[in-house]
Design a protein around this ligand. Structure first.
Ligand code: SF4
Ligand code: SF4
Length: 285
C-alpha cells in the first residue's frame, strides 16, 4: 500500500462515524459558547456541517478521550477514588436539562474522604496551556469554565450535592499538567441555562455574536454561512423545518401533523425551511 494511502485510510476510519452522528442535543461541552447563532444552527441541523468534519479532526477528538483514561489513572495512583462509570447504571454519569434537549456526559467524579467532586479533563496546545497557567480557567477558557459550572449545578440537582470541580489540563506538546479547583456558582450556571433555553426555543436565527475577523468566527464551521456569499447547502430534516418544535423527552414535535417526529431525519412534502427568510437577510449584508 502506498504511504499516502495509509494516511488516507486511517483518516477515513475516523471520518465515517462523524458524518452520521449529528448532535441530537445541545451539548454541555458547548454551553460556554457565546455565539447563540452557532448553537442554534447546530441544534436545528440547519446546515450539514458534519460532512465537513474530516478524519484528522476525528482523530484529534479521539486523542482527548484517550487522555481522559490516562489522567484518571494518574489521580487514582495518587490516592483519589475516581469513578468514570456510575456503579448503578454501569454507564458514564450524565446530566440533562431543558426537557432532555441539553445533555452532557461527565468525565467522572472523584471521592476524597467523605466529599465528592466533579472531575473534568482537557487537553490544550502550548499557547492555550500557557494562557491557562497565566490567567486561570475562568478568564482563559470561559467555555470550559461554563461546562464545569453546569455539570456541578445539574449533578447536584440530579444525583447528590458536590462540593466543587477539579479541572485537570494537559499540554499536548510537553505533557505538562495543570489543576484548578473550580467553586460552584449557581447564579452563573442558571444564566448559562437561560441562554441555552433561548437557543432551544427560538425559531429566529440569532444575530452574529462576533465580528468577521474575530478568532472565533475564523475557526467556526459556519463561517461561510455568516460571512461569505458562497451558496450554502441548507439541510432538509424536520428539525430544520419551521413547523417543528422541540418538545418533552428530547423529542421533536410537528405542529402541522400533530405528531412526534424524532429523530427527525426525514421530511415530508410540506417541509418549510426555517431559514428561508433569514437567508435573505444574510444576503443583504
Ligand atoms: S461564524 Fe461567527 S457569528 Fe457566525 S455562527 Fe460562527 S461564531 Fe457565530
Ligand atoms: S411538516 Fe413535514 S418536514 Fe415539517 S416537521 Fe412536519 S413532518 Fe417534518
Amino acid at each position: 500500500m502506498k504511504a499516502e494511502k495509509i494516511v488516507e485510510k486511517i483518516y477515513k476510519k475516523y471520518q465515517s462515524p462523524m458524518q452520521i452522528n449529528r448532535p441530537e442535543k445541545l451539548a454541555i461541552s458547548e454551553a460556554g459558547e457565546q455565539c447563540r447563532r452557532r448553537l442554534w444552527l447546530r441544534f436545528r441541523w440547519v446546515i450539514d456541517i458534519w460532512e465537513m468534519v474530516d478524519g484528522r479532526m476525528g482523530r484529534l477528538f479521539a486523542r482527548g478521550w484517550k487522555e481522559e483514561k490516562w489522567l484518571s489513572q494518574d489521580l487514582t495512583d495518587i490516592g483519589f477514588v475516581v469513578e468514570q462509570i456510575n456503579p448503578i447504571t454501569k454507564q458514564p454519569y450524565f446530566v440533562s436539562a431543558l426537557e432532555g434537549h441539553l445533555k452532557g456526559v461527565l468525565d467522572g467524579i472523584i471521592k476524597d474522604k467523605k466529599k465528592t467532586y466533579i472531575v473534568e479533563f482537557k487537553t490544550h496546545n502550548d499557547k492555550s496551556f500557557a494562557k491557562l497557567e497565566k490567567e486561570g480557567l475562568e478568564k482563559s477558557k470561559p467555555e470550559h469554565y461554563a461546562q464545569c459550572l453546569l455539570y456541578a449545578y445539574l449533578f447536584s440537582q440530579q444525583y447528590y450535592k458536590v462540593k466543587k470541580t477539579l479541572y485537570v489540563a494537559v499540554n499536548k506538546n510537553n505533557d505538562e499538567l495543570y489543576c484548578e479547583w473550580v467553586d460552584n456558582n449557581e447564579k452563573k450556571a442558571e444564566q448559562i441555562l437561560s441562554k441555552l433555553e433561548y437557543v432551544k426555543d427560538t425559531t429566529l436565527l440569532p444575530p452574529n455574536f462576533y465580528s468577521q475577523n474575530s478568532y472565533n468566527c475564523k475557526y467556526c464551521e459556519y463561517y461561510e454561512f455568516c460571512w461569505s456569499d458562497k451558496r450554502i447547502m441548507i439541510s432538509k430534516n424536520c428539525r430544520a423545518c419551521a413547523l417543528s418544535a422541540p418538545c418533552h423527552h428530547g423529542q421533536w414535535y410537528c405542529c402541522y401533523k400533530e405528531k412526534i417526529v424524532s429523530p427527525a431525519y426525514k421530511i415530508c412534502k410540506d417541509f418549510d425551511p426555517i431559514l428561508k427568510e433569514q437567508k435573505e437577510e444574510k444576503n443583504d449584508k
